[in-house]
Ligand binder design. Sequence first.
Ligand SMILES: Cc1ncc(C[n+]2csc(CCOP(=O)(O)OP(=O)(O)O)c2C)c(N)n1
Ligand SMILES: [Mg+2]
Length: 361
Amino acid sequence: MTADAPHDTPPELVQLLTPEGERVEHPDYDIELTAEEVRSLYRDLVLVRRIDKEAVALQRQGELGLWASLLGQEAAQVGSGRALTDADMAFPTYREHGVAWCRGVDPVTLLGLFRGVSHGGWDPKEHNFHLYTIVIGSQTLHAVGYAMGIQRDGVEGAAIVYFGDGATSQGDVNESFIWASVFNAPVVFFCQNNQWAISEPIERQSRIPLYKRASGFGFPGIRVDGNDVFACLAVTRKALQHAREGQGPTLIEAFTYRMGAHTTSDDPTRYRLASELEAWKLKDPIERVKAYLHKNRLADQDFFAAIDAEADALAKDLRQRCLAMPDPRPEAIFEHVYATRHGLPEEEREQFMAYLGGFER
Ligand SMILES: Cc1ncc(C[n+]2csc(CCOP(=O)(O)OP(=O)(O)O)c2C)c(N)n1
Ligand SMILES: [Mg+2]
């Protein structure tokens, strides 16, 4: 490995399914999946991509203010999301639509956030899925605090926290690694290395593969093929189990690629080559599962057609419900600032309502 190209040949990447759809063995991370389980993973991957595609279209038509696409990261999210049990708590960034899906969050509530009609929209406790976090890396501290809390309560469970390659340069993330390590907190750090932090390539974030950072903090780090849903499921399942059993944190680096723009406000053609995207298209997370199902005769044309039809129906329903979402009452912005009643937001609400009342109707 040269200092100039530290990320060219991913070493020790856990892979269970090649881009061509061939199953490979791994001594530490092998899992048995039934045909039904593989079909169900495939279904999730396709539905999640379809939700994402519809959201991009809605933004382009002016129905959402912004959207952060997960295109290319479906396997990392569905694989890790499906590894979670009811006892585990997930802390997402703003791109974890696939994990949200696995946690049973209605996708229309995600759209509500990006449409600007809600500040969250779901109950984190109901889904064990925290609210989206836009302040890069801050959710790692929330997750470690939560993990230390359940550790002290003696509750069986683990926290998983999602963040990007760029986030690893944040102080919050490094501090959270230290706390998690020293207190042996039951937390899994799930870093989706999608190679870019907006226009900054991974080479500008680290001179060593990200998963190797963990050893400096004193806990294991592992790199997984982030476009391989089987491997992401296996590796995350093991790391969560490890955490629940009191063996402390793990850093998982899911090696993947952001196939779309950073958000709908971004134009990646200004800073990266089309050839890079073309190379990653060959590693598409959905195509390899489809190839595996085909080759092993675990699904027929009717199955694939039915999933596509379900995806289209889901997108149609999502669009209709998105357009039907009412605008919030203006005073709603003052609600939920504090858990209990508080004089300041109440005073501000009264001032604001008096101001609005001054306009002719
Ligand atoms: C503390 C902070 N600094 C800067 C930003 C602006 N910002 C938004 S996304 C982003 C890049 C994040 O990259 P990465 O962690 O790789 O996640 P990705 O978007 O690739 O999923 C930045 C710098 C922010 N939201 N918060
Ligand atoms: Mg990134």
